[in-house]
Design a protein around this ligand. Structure first.
Ligand code: ARG
Length: 692
């Protein structure tokens, strides 16, 4: 790839962050609007916009980049937003260094736009109906964009609470009128209107949207990060089993889990990325004995002994099934291993190591980081946890096993097997105990196929009975199972290739890359680019295509693995989106303007309706991440990105950029779009391309 230029921000954040600077056409007031502790806000769900249809973009090339917020900046914002009113009273809003002249970015605030609207509505509610308790602002995107951008839907709910109770309001519309009237004046709002039974429609001011976009260009996207109500999350994902195939289900878990981690990290959450590998269990007795028998010199020949673990596993299993003496030995081996016999431990470690190396090949290609804390890591804690649960009177005997009964299930959770051994559930109960007590997790997310829903339902219910988790799931700590559907082949059956029973993941990745490379060669890129550039682009396209195809569907549905579809430049695919991004970069390059200079000196003006629509979609990035992260649904962000790309096409079709009178403003809008597209790619784990 060509060397990328990027201008670092180096702008310290101006002071008095929590000052809302309010302007109107006739006067200028400036009032304090402390940012409410956003962490106290519940996650909101909004109706999603329908996707527009649009033609595909053709190819092109290059770029520039806005940097993310540094941890220091973030910490500074956090402390500022908690400052009491008095501390910032009278503080004059400073001009943001680096922003275009005459632009005061002070009044655009931080957090997602929806959270900012919610803050205004919260104030209006407190003034309008101070005596009505427990009303949360209900803010949604306007169903009809003609009415406005956001709407407050509280009036009807309030009316049903106060109707007939000595109120001066005559109907819900009157409440809506009062809410509209008491909405704090803010540079954010252009106009406020009331419709029907009290819906308060809020139209954002064009100037404010422009400033938000300047904020993005000069400070990066970090300031738009929504605040979530938790700070520490364990995401348990990927989690293949040692000596067994890491299959497409694990690939799905890896891709979905990684994207969820990225979104939570963007929101400032500390994420513990846990690979809960299946590295403990009775199958190891068989594997170790087989290793000892077939390769007495296993310590010297190292990895070669185990070689292809799939094959090794299969052969060991056959022997286990047909050879009674071997079976007995294997069962004894489990006891020796679990008792800590050094030789058995060493053989176990060797087998795990070989598996780990093959898993890492996949993680490395996908650029996914994970910290392995396998089942074995929790083993020593299991007896203590069983004791704790017994102490709480939850453990019952059932046919020799120790179980915990849970509501809504016909079978109990087996904590200790009838032979005294521990199982998958004993480990998961203990891992949860560990995550809550040792790792202080506030939220625990488990990414596996929906086939494990019952298991997690039982584990979570048992944890509630133990008092580890509150009954009320809106409270913390919280556990969530992120289930996903099956990966199907073109025949609608479980995905397999013709030649092998199971699909090797590296082969899949290779094929996606090879096909992408072929496409680039057909477009004549082989002669233009270096071999390295070609490889990088082929990887970004191929791996990006696999990831996006998986993420764009609602995860609960089954998904059909189809190379032709996922690599189609005309569909809702990563390939299409990567081309769209490269196209924007090419427009900027063609202008021969230094976009970093323009960011400092140029001004954006949203004049054409498609410019405004694009600008609005851009500044809403934060709330889509908020929805995707709180509902644990990456497809929400994919939809956002696809819609954004369509809106850019509309803008580009309607508005001439290079060589037009509005060139500076429009180039800035192009750059802002490219920045947000890259941010989406980043959160989806896709590498952007600047020329294609
Ligand atoms: N190893 C399991 C499997 O392949 C997934 C583990 C998921 N995590 C957990 N804590 N149970 O099905």
């Amino acid at each position: 790839m060509p060397a990328l230029t990027s201008t670092a921000p180096s702008h310290p954040r101006p002071s008095a962050m929590d000052t809302l600077y309010c302007t109107s056409s006739r006067f200028l007031i400036y009032r304090l609007c402390p940012l409410l502790p956003l962490s106290s806000l519940p996650p909101l769900s909004l109706p999603r916009r329908a996707l527009p249809s649009f033609p595909h973009l053709s190819s092109s090339s290059s770029y520039s980049s806005s940097p993310p917020l540094t941890p220091r900046q973030r910490a500074r914002f956090a402390s500022l937003s908690r400052k009491p009113m008095a501390a910032v009273e009278g503080a004059a809003p400073a001009l943001a260094p680096g922003a275009a002249p005459g632009l005061d970015l002070e009044d655009v605030g931080i957090g997602s736009v929806r959270q900012q609207v919610v803050n205004l509505v919260r104030e209006a509610l407190a003034t309008t109906v101070p005596d009505v308790e427990d009303i949360e602002p209900q803010v949604a995107v306007c169903g009809n964009p003609k009415n406005g951008d956001y709407q407050c839907n509280n009036a009807m709910g309030i009316w049903s609470k106060i109707k007939g109770k000595n109120t001066s309001f005559k109907n819900p519309n009157a409440i809506g009128q009062a809410l509209a009237g008491s909405l704090p004046r803010s540079s954010l709002t252009d106009s406020v209107s009331v419709a029907g039974p009290g819906f308060v429609n809020i139209k954002l001011s064009d100037r404010w949207i422009e400033k938000k976009l300047h904020q993005l260009l000069s400070h990066g996207v970090g300031e738009w990060a929504p605040a979530l109500s938790y700070k520490r999350v364990v995401v348990d994902f990927s989690s293949p089993n040692i000596a067994k195939e890491m299959h497409v289900g694990h690939l799905r878990s890896t891709i979905i889990g990684d994207s969820l981690c990225r979104m939570l990290e963007y929101c400032g959450v500390e994420v513990l990325r846990r690979n809960h590998v299946g590295d403990w269990g009775t199958q190891f007795g068989m594997l170790i004995e087989y290793l000892f028998e077939e390769f007495p010199n296993w310590e010297e020949i190292g990895d070669q002994a185990v070689g292809d673990l799939q094959d090794f596993y299969k052969k060991a299993k056959i022997k286990f099934d047909v050879d009674a003496a071997f079976k007995e030995k294997a069962q004894k081996a489990v006891v020796l291993l679990q008792g800590g016999n050094p030789q058995y431990r060493a053989a176990w470690a060797k087998i795990c190591d070989v598996s780990r190396k093959s898993f890492d090949q996949v993680y490395k290609r996908l650029k996914v980081t994970l910290e392995e804390k396998g089942e074995s890591a929790y083993n020593e804690y299991i007896p203590g946890v069983v004791e704790e649960l017994k102490g709480k009177g939850l453990v019952e005997d059932s046919e020799g096993a120790k179980v915990i009964k849970v509501s809504g299930q016909t079978i109990p959770l087996i904590l200790v097997k009838s032979d005294g051994g521990f199982n998958y559930a004993s480990t998961d109960m203990t891992a949860m105990w560990y995550r809550l007590n040792e790792e202080k997790a506030e939220v625990m997310v488990y990414v596996t196929d929906v086939g494990q829903s019952q298991h997690f339902d039982m584990v979570f219910k048992a944890a509630k009975r133990a008092g580890w988790l509150p009954e009320d799931e809106s409270q913390l700590p919280r556990a969530r199972h992120v289930g996903f559907g099956l990966v199907l082949g073109a025949d609608g059956k479980r995905f397999r290739t013709r030649s092998t029973e199971v699909v090797r993941l590296v082969d899949l990745l290779d094929e996606a890359k090879d096909r992408s490379k072929q496409g680039l060669v057909e477009r004549g890129r082989e002669g233009e680019w270096s071999a390295e550039e070609l490889e990088e682009a082929a990887e970004a396209l191929g791996y990006g295509a696999i990831k996006y195809a998986d993420l764009k569907n609602n995860r609960l549905t089954n998904y059909t693995f189809n190379f032709d579809q996922m690599l189609d430049i005309r569909g809702n695919t990563a390939v299409y989106l990567l081309y769209a991004h490269a196209r924007i970069c090419s427009i900027i390059r063609k202008s021969e303007k230094n976009v970093e200079e323009l960011k400092k000196t140029g001004q954006m003006k949203l004049q054409h309706p498609s410019e405004r629509a694009l600008g609005l979609q851009l500044i809403r990035f934060g709330e889509f991440v908020e929805d995707a992260a709180s509902d644990l649904l990456p497809n929400v962000l994919c939809e956002y990105l696809y819609t954004l790309s369509g809106m850019f096409t509309d803008f580009y079709t309607n508005c001439k950029v290079v060589g037009s009178e509005e060139e500076t403003s429009r180039l800035l809008l192009c750059e802002a779009t490219a920045v947000i597209m890259r941010e989406c790619f980043k959160l989806l784990g896709i590498e952007p391309l600047y020329r294609l």
